[in-house]
Write a protein that binds this ligand. Structure first.
Ligand code: PGA
Length: 252
């Protein structure tokens, strides 16, 4: 499977900054229809700027970082998958650990958001991963399996072609502590085997499992060389065009 690299800009990047990033990034990385391996999840207010700066460039997916499970309604402060689709988005990140940690996101709400994302013709990037305390307590596998099953509840085998998973150990996010390729690969293997149980071999083989957590241009190749690691969800290293471009080039 060709690796995929998704930028998660989080709450960063004004529209003008996003435009500067995209112009410089496009000059640094080969992005065309033959390289459908890059995505940018911008904050809502910069999605239009990314879209305009990319100029419909094929090979770079436009994304958002969350969406609600209703199409519209009295949900102050929320945004729907329908609205994001209308803006031209291709994918939505759901269940990021920062959403789970700071905004009360649960496996149940994550699965509802994922379902709505797919129903609206977008890809859902479903995030799972254990906290530092869970890692230290040796319950990583149990936590990851529970999150995997809970977050994909209601997603049928047919829908999985629009699902990507991101395994992001919380202790590695923004901390500079990357999971070693071996640690990451063992959890990815566990996820792959549970996907076989849930959906069978064909689906499990085609479902990309990205790794996230302090990925950098100089550690991405080692991670992507491991079996079952199909790319990266990149936070800090995706905020500079040259570092994200280097990461993509090194990881390919
Ligand atoms: P990081 O973030 O690369 O800055 O660790 C990854 C993420 O949170 O998706």
């Amino acid at each position: 499977m060709k690796p995929i690299f998704l930028a998660n800009w989080k709450m960063n990047m004004l529209p003008a900054e996003a435009e500067t990033f995209c112009k410089s990034f496009l000059g640094l990385v080969q992005a065309d229809a033959s390289y459908t391996d890059i995505g940018i999840a911008a904050p809502y207010t910069s999605i239009a700027a990314v879209k305009a700066a990319l100029g419909g460039k094929k090979g770079i997916w436009l994304g958002a970082q969350n969406c609600h499970w209703a199409d519209n309604g009295a949900f102050t402060g929320e945004i729907s998958a329908k609205m994001l689709k209308d803006m031209g988005c291709d994918f939505v990140i759901v269940g990021h650990s920062e959403r789970r940690q700071y905004f009360g996101e649960t496996n149940d709400t994550v699965s509802k958001r994922a379902l709505k994302t797919i129903e609206n013709g977008l890809r859902a990037v479903v995030c799972i991963g254990e906290t530092e305390a869970q890692y230290k307590a040796g319950i990583t596998n149990q936590v990851v399996l529970e999150q995997l099953k809970g977050s994909l509840a209601g997603i049928s085998a047919d829908m999985t072609k629009d699902v990507l998973l991101a395994y992001e150990p919380v202790w590695a996010i923004g901390t500079g502590l990357t999971a070693t390729p071996e640690i990451a690969a063992s959890v990815h293997a566990l996820i792959r085997s549970e996907l076989i149980n849930m959906y069978g071999n064909v689906v499990a083989d085609h479902l990309p499992i990205l790794y996230g957590g302090s990925t950098k241009p100089d550690n991405i190749a080692g991670l992507c060389a491991m079996p079952n690691i199909n790319g990266g969800l990149v936070g800090g290293a995706s905020l500079q065009a040259d570092s994200f471009a280097k990461l993509v080039i090194n990881g390919r």
